[in-house]
Unconditional design. Structure first.
Length: 458
C-alpha cells in the first residue's frame, strides 16, 4: 500500500499527526505496535492523573468539616481507583479509534521496521510512503541493579496496577515521576520515603523552587534523602530491606514496596540506523529546525527526538512536522515557551524561564513573588499553600517566565504561556482585568507587586 504519510507511533505525537494529515487531504497510515494513545494514555499522563485526582479528593475530604460538611470515610479502596483508571483509558482510546476511523486513517497493529527510506514493514505487509513521521516515544530505562521484578520492586507501570495499598513505599528518584507517585501515595495513606542521588529534589528545576517544594512535602510527611545512593535491596519476611548511603553515612529502611522512578531512553525504530538515519549523542533521532532528519522525507517528533519528554510537546512537534511534510514547507518549530507541570499537592506549573535559566542564558533578570494567600479564593477553597512568581527581564520589565505552586496551577499556567509568548510587561499585565474572586487574580497581584504597587501584599 502507498501513502502520502506514514506515522510510526500512536501516542500524542503520532495519532494527532495522522488526524492532521488526513484533514489536509492526505492518504495516511498509522502504525502502532502496542495501544493507541501510547505511553501517555495507557501508562503515563492519563492514568497517573486519574490516581492524582483520587488523591486530591481524599485530601479535600479531610477539609470538609471546615465547610460544615461531615463525611464518614468508610476506607480507601485502591482497587476501585484502578478500575476507574481503566474506564478512563478505555473511553479515551475508543474516542481516538472513532476519530481515526472518521478521518479514514488506515491503522496497522504491529511494529514498523524500516526496509529503506520510503518503505516500512509491518508484519507481512510492506507500506510505501512519500513521507514518514517517526513518533515512537521512549522506553523505561533501569540500571541493572535496580530492575523491577513486578513484586516488591516496581516500575511506574506496576504502580498503576496495584490492587492493595502498600503500608510503606520507597521511591528511588525525585524527578517529576518520583515526586508525583510519592505525593499520590502519601495522600492515599502510605508512609513514603524518597531517595535521590542528586543534592536536590527536582534536579532540573530552580534550586529555590525545589527547596520550597521539599519543605512543603516534608510537612505532609514525605521523608527525603538527597545526595544519597542506593546500595542494596533484598527481600526479608515479605518486605524489602533497603540500604542507601547518605552524606551522613549508611541508612536502612524496611518497606513494603520500592518504586524505581528513573529515566527513559528514545525508542528508535528497527532498521532506522541501517538506512542511515542520524542519531544525536544521547541516542535521539537528530532533527533540524523544521523537524526533518538527514534523510529526505523522514521527520521525527516527540520524545524520540527531543530532550523534554512531554505529551503536549510531542503533539506540537508532530503537527508542525506533518504540515511541513505535506505542504512542502520548512517552517521551524517554536519550542521557546514550554509549560510543564508536576502533579503534587499542591501542583507546580512553570512556563518560560526561571531565574536560574535566565541567568545561565546571560539575561539580567529578577524575581517577583507573591504568596497564594494574596487572593481571596485561596482562603475560600482552603488552598493556602503556594505562590506565584515571575521572572522579569531587567530594563524592559518583560515577563519572561512564570512559576506557580498552588491549587489549579496546571489550569492557570496557560495564561502564563500567553503572557511570556506575547512579551507582556508588568505594566501591561496589570491593565488586564481578572474576575473576582478567582485564583487567576494572582497574576494581577504579582504584576502590581513587581511594580512596587502591591495591593494585597507588602
Amino acid at each position: 500500500m502507498s501513502y502520502n504519510l506514514i506515522v510510526l507511533g500512536g501516542g500524542p505525537g503520532g495519532y494527532t499527526s495522522a488526524l492532521r494529515g488526513a484533514a489536509l487531504g492526505a492518504k495516511v497510515a498509522l502504525v502502532e505496535k502496542a495501544e493507541l494513545g501510547g505511553l501517555c494514555l495507557n501508562k503515563g499522563c492519563i492514568p497517573t492523573k486519574t490516581y492524582y485526582h483520587a488523591s486530591f479528593l481524599k485530601e479535600k475530604i479531610k477539609k470538609m468539616p471546615k465547610w460544615g460538611i461531615s463525611i464518614t470515610e468508610e476506607g480507601f479502596n485502591l482497587e476501585k481507583v484502578t478500575e476507574r483508571k481503566e474506564l478512563v483509558i478505555s473511553t479515551l482510546k475508543k474516542g481516538i479509534e472513532f476519530l481515526l476511523k472518521g478521518r479514514k486513517v488506515d491503522v496497522y497493529k504491529g511494529e514498523g521496521i524500516f526496509l529503506n527510506p520510503g518503505q516500512v514493514k509491518v508484519g507481512d505487509q510492506v507500506l510505501e510512503g512519500e513521507n514518514i513521521l517517526i513518533a515512537t516515544g521512549t522506553y523505561a530505562a533501569f540500571p541493572a541493579a535496580l530492575t523491577p521484578n513486578g513484586e516488591n520492586i516496581l516500575s511506574s507501570d506496576d504502580m498503576l496496577n496495584l490492587r492493595e495499598l502498600p503500608a510503606s513505599l520507597l521511591v528511588v528518584g525525585a524527578g517529576v515521576l518520583g515526586l508525583e507517585f510519592a505525593s499520590i501515595y502519601r495522600s492515599f495513606g502510605s508512609e513514603v520515603s524518597v531517595v535521590e542521588i542528586m543534592p536536590q529534589i527536582l534536579p532540573q528545576e530552580d534550586p529555590l523552587i525545589a527547596e520550597e517544594i521539599r519543605k512543603l512535602l516534608t510537612r505532609q510527611g514525605i521523608k527525603f534523602h538527597t545526595g544519597s545512593t542506593l546500595m542494596e535491596m533484598k527481600a526479608k519476611d515479605g518486605k524489602t530491606l533497603v540500604e542507601f548511603l547518605t552524606p551522613s553515612g549508611m541508612e536502612r529502611l524496611e518497606v513494603d514496596k520500592v518504586l524505581i522512578a528513573t529515566g527513559r531512553k528514545p525508542l528508535v525504530p528497527q532498521g532506522a540506523q541501517e538506512i542511515g538515519l542520524a542519531l544525536d549523542p544521547w541516542g535521539m533521532i537528530s532533527i533540524k529546525e523544521d523537524l526533518s532528519t538527514n534523510i529526505q522525507g523522514i521527520y521525527a517528533a516527540g520524545d524520540v527526538s527531543y530532550k523534554i519528554q512531554l505529551a503536549h510537546i510531542a503533539t506540537h512537534m508532530g503537527l508542525c512536522a506533518t504540515e511541513n511534510a505535506l505542504l512542502k514547507r520548512s517552517k521551524p518549530v517554536d519550542l521557546r515557551i514550554i509549560p510543564r507541570v508536576t502533579y503534587i499537592h499542591p501542583p507546580l506549573a512553570l512556563t518560560g524561564l526561571t531565574l536560574k535559566e535566565a541567568t545561565e542564558a546571560g539575561i539580567k533578570a529578577r524575581t517577583v513573588k507573591v504568596l497564594w494567600t494574596a487572593v481571596g479564593m485561596a482562603l475560600i477553597e482552603e488552598s493556602r499553600d503556594g505562590f506565584c512568581s515571575f521572572t522579569v527581564e531587567e530594563g524592559t520589565e518583560k515577563i519572561i517566565g512564570v512559576q506557580i505552586l498552588g491549587h489549579e496551577a496546571p489550569n492557570l499556567i496557560s495564561e502564563g504561556s500567553v503572557i511570556v509568548q506575547e512579551g507582556l510587561t508588568l505594566h501591561k499585565l496589570s491593565e488586564i482585568i481578572h474576575p473576582h474572586p478567582t485564583l487567576g487574580e494572582i497574576y494581577f497581584e504579582a504584576a502590581e507587586a513587581g511594580r512596587g504597587l502591591g495591593l494585597h501584599t507588602l
